[in-house]
Write a new protein. Sequence first.
Length: 635
Amino acid sequence: MNDRIRRTLVALLIATFAAPVLFGQAPASLSVDLGRSKAPVSPTLYGLMTEEINYSYDGGLYAESIRNRTFRSDWTGILNWFLIEKGTSSAKVDVDSKEGPSTALTTSAKLEVTRADANSPAGLLNEGYWGIAVRPHTRYTGSFYAKSNSDGALPVKVALVADQSGQVMASASVTVTGTAWKEYKFEMQSGNAPASAENHFELTIDKAATLWLQLVSLFPPTYHDRPNGNRVDIMEKLAAMHPSFLRFPGGNYLEGGRIETRFDWKKMIGPLVDRPTHPTTWSYHSSDGMGLLEYLQWCEDLRMEPLLGVYAGYSLGGQVVKPGPDLEPYVQEALDEIEYVTGGTGTKWGAMRARDGHPAPFKLRYVEVGNEDSFDRAKTYDGRFAQFFKAIKTKYPDLQVIATMPVNGITPDLVDDHYYHREQRAFELARRYDNADRKGPKIFVGEWATREGTPTPNFGSALGDAAFMTGLERNSDLVVMAAYAPLFVNVNPGGMQWSTDLIGYDALSSYGSPAYHAQVMFSSCLGDHTPESSLSGASEKVFYSVTATAKSKVCMKLVNAASTAQAVTISLKGLGDGTRKATLDTLKASTTWATNTIAAPDRIVPVRSTVNVKAERLEHVLPAYSIQVLEINLQ
Ligand code: AHR
């Protein structure tokens, strides 16, 4: 054997045994050239999509604790409210259809107490949204509208009461005076008892009287202490997703089942007493406490930009408004809505926003016309979209207008693509945009999810999602925005209308599904461009993307959806000699069916470790069923 051959053989042996060999397989090879940029990555790639579905706001993000605060009823009586007759008291309750505090709320609950005293109070009980959370040493703020049948003072006691023990967890007294409608406010403080959702609300009086009630409301502390605000735990989960935008108000919720039940934004601004409430497309009624301004404040709180969906003349039941003069009022409604969001206080709707407590205009760049208009059997979207597009561009030339499907005759700025699929299809869709046409409109993936597992996605879904997101990142020059849907589900029986949803909760606590953690990991590290890269020798179920920001960071996403580990030699040309420490976040499970639940919220959570990248090279093993994010700091 001559010297040359011996040196080659030695080099081969070193190369073979220095790299991890799994199951007799040579490692795959992932080569990244940091010096060669391929495409830009959109800074708005990751955002949120939201609507009233699965008790997303009422019984979810919107922190109101009282369910059916406006006393709607059916043949069984007033929904979610129950009569209290303690001791020897005697009372009845009914809806009074002629008495209400406003033109929006024209009815009320009429509580007629014929006998009551201090030991035998009577009144009403509210069950909350599958209970009411009470935490130790916490302040609750409440209010109601009331009038009584006499000019004198009528003391009213309000309390949070433990379901099982009857223990009063917090209470306050309010004096109702007179026969005219007034708003009453109260505060109450809980004591030392442990946190629980097994509580209800009681409102009682201890003498004979007739009391009319409307808009009974109770809030725990909210995120950023906003009045009429959002739940802290859920907002914190959203903040961890680093969302850049919020698409609202839907989804089917925007369209309504019928035109009258669309998201009629003018009925969802201003004081709550001026909001009539409305039925949703998702088989329950909305309190409309989450109105247009509340959405915008939610954006403000999480530093997201609003992506406003405007009603476009198509409702889910099939009703369509013909393009032309019939559609004009709806176009005007959208222009007014944009003015409410962006107008100065000198404009009609900007002044209304100031009246509602927010003089400063909001920044708005994106407006979406309708939702999933491919379902319109009359095929009127080309005409409807053109009418909205022209009107919006004439008044607001800088706005980017999004179509909900490809349109003829006019080129939208963006088109909204939706994907709901199983895990296997997600793997195919991961490559959906790799060779897509770059000459047309940009793409907004306004709704997407891998749908396996219920009420929240299991680890197989997380793998499908992660694979899909690698495709979004590789093609983010084209796909400039994307949002998972649906975002929320109340996990109590009856809380769910859509069977796979990112974040689950009950009245007390919330949890992130494995798919939620995949979202957090992906959005937490994103560069501003994709460097040239290639992968060879890996299993079909390995997916990756690399993004980087010069002199700042490299973010590598590695997904192994196979049941066996995959060795990979990663080379990072341009990283420079020497050793760099990188953080590696790993989310993994033993089966695709493994998941988190409200009772076991932390079974599958990311685990952080540190790895050394030596001389532009890393010998790495992707564990079976794993999602990893490798972040290399370049500073
Ligand atoms: O995300 C649930 C529903 O799916 C949305 O409301 C609708 O747009 C889509 O069909």
